[in-house]
Design a protein around this ligand. Sequence first.
Ligand code: HEC
Ligand code: HEC
Ligand code: HEC
Ligand code: HEC
Ligand code: HEC
Ligand code: HEC
Ligand code: HEC
Length: 363
Amino acid sequence: MPSRLQFQVRILTVLLIVLAGFAAGTPTRAFHQQGVGNCNGCHIMHASEDGQIIWVTDGPLLLAPTASDVCLICHGGADGVMGPNPLGPPPERGAGNFTFQLEDNVNDAPDGLTNPVGGHASGHSVIAPTFGLGRDPDRLYSPGGNFPSDRLECTSCHDPHGNRNFRMLHGAGPIQGGQFTFFYPAPEAVGIDCCSPSSREAVDNHTAYRSGMSQWCANCHGNYLDENGHVDFQHPTDGFLESGEINQYNRYAGASSPGGGTAASAYIPQVAFEDPAMTVGSTAGPLSTSRIMCLTCHRAHGSSAREGGRWDFYVNDISQDGLVSGSYPLPSPYSGGNQSQLCRKCHNQNHGRGQACVACHAN
Ligand code: HEC
Ligand code: HEC
Ligand code: HEC
Ligand code: HEC
Ligand code: HEC
Ligand code: HEC
Ligand code: HEC
């Protein structure tokens, strides 16, 4: 175990290497695809033998206490996937952010003050003690599956050694040094620029989800592929949209214009769908080839709402998000007040007004 000082020196060294790269204009891009030579970006190397990683009984020595701590040396910070301030998160680029794990309350339901729900419920709780992140206190395993929460790292989902998949996600096969095995392949999708400060999600600049996301999530949440397996909220989690939902998606342009939208400009990244022809710049609504999937409603890393919702499932008026809990208000895709749940992007039902849809449609 390196001492705290050694550790800080190493972090500084890595930062200097990265900064030097930026300053010299050398391509820091494609860091993960460089193969040999970049091992020291994450591993502790023998000082004498060139290119040799130091091994201990558990495996190769890393620059930081856990795999996730290592990733966050470069991907933490005000522009990364783990910002320092949950009230001022880094720009959204698709996956959401781990900074919301630091929130003391993300419950914006009417009972939010009397029944606070901690930031661990804002999405995936990865183990990165250097950044104040630890195991989810409520869930021992992935719901609908059996992936242990105390092994959940960035490298549970991403291949640290790089691959050709979307966002270097693991495909079928062994992960984390062979401790677990994925059954389903990586999803087909195209992301926006992952990491440059100017990159941010917008209606015409968003992840283009194409296929396979629900199956991929099912590597750890198998039962949720079945609509009855999504226990509290029984709803299709995979499959084609039908004409009713397609037309509604295209028509709906917010509470003040519930029927005024057009297909060409209907897309909102807050209610994403998969389509084999989807592009990052597409603003069009769904077609009969489009599918619902897990990331229609959830963010892969997390959000300032419970269960990493792309919008807060528990508030009646999403233009008032964050008000009850004091957490970061997820921006509403539509201007004006009195914005109902984004379920309405696909469902015309506006009954039960005054309560969030899940008040009646989830257990
Ligand atoms: C030394 C700095 C550094 C470390 C440590 C680091 N990364 Fe990266 N990462 C980068 C840079 C720079 C990019 C920009 C694109 C590239 O180089 O591929 C990047 C890009 C990425 C991307 C987006 C790739 C894409 O296809 O858009 C993912 C996902 C990612 N890193 C995950 C990780 C994970 C997981 C870890 C820990 C195992 C990690 N990174 C550790 C520097 C780092
Ligand atoms: C972006 C960070 C990163 C880089 C760069 C990196 N590794 Fe790793 N490596 C890890 C992590 C984290 C683990 C621990 C296993 C895990 O969590 O998947 C690991 C594990 C390993 C293992 C154990 C077997 C395995 O696959 O889990 C070997 C061997 C290894 N790395 C070799 C290398 C070599 C050689 C290089 C340079 C060509 C390299 N690594 C570059 C992060 C990295
Ligand atoms: C490598 C395994 C793994 C993969 C892949 C995975 N998850 Fe999870 N997920 C977990 C574990 C473990 C938990 C329980 C611990 C926690 O909540 O952080 C969890 C919890 C969750 C939660 C509840 C979070 C909360 O705080 O209440 C949601 C929602 C979720 N996952 C959605 C997804 C979606 C959507 C995908 C695909 C993009 C996905 N998961 C992929 C392992 C995984
Ligand atoms: C449960 C699986 C899972 C875990 C754990 C996870 N990621 Fe991701 N990550 C994803 C998925 C899926 C995407 C693509 C999301 C999208 O575009 O909707 C992604 C996207 C990214 C991106 C691209 C930029 C962005 O914001 O979309 C980076 C960088 C990244 N992850 C780094 C990390 C790091 C670093 C960690 C650990 C601190 C981590 N991821 C943990 C699944 C995961
Ligand atoms: C139509 C929107 C929607 C889709 C699609 C969807 N979810 Fe959910 N999910 C929700 C809502 C709403 C909740 C909160 C319901 C509740 O617990 O009251 C939730 C809760 C969860 C939870 C927490 C479960 C718990 O017991 O509290 C997990 C895990 C999860 N979803 C995973 C997934 C996965 C994996 C997929 C894809 C296979 C998926 N979801 C698809 C809306 C959705
Ligand atoms: C991307 C579009 C989409 C979104 C967003 C969406 N749904 Fe659905 N919903 C569907 C589809 C597709 C079906 C299946 C329709 C069918 O089988 O006729 C469905 C079915 C339902 C049903 C059952 C209706 C029936 O006819 O049996 C209910 C209730 C429902 N959704 C509620 C919700 C709630 C609540 C939310 C928000 C948390 C939500 N939906 C978000 C697409 C969506
Ligand atoms: C006060 C409770 C309540 C609230 C809040 C509520 N619903 Fe419902 N919803 C119901 C009941 C009861 C039914 C009828 C169930 C049945 O017939 O099986 C229903 C039926 C539905 C159906 C199926 C209609 C059909 O024709 O089969 C959909 C879709 C739906 N609701 C969507 C929503 C959406 C979207 C919201 C939020 C904007 C919402 N509901 C809010 C109670 C509620």
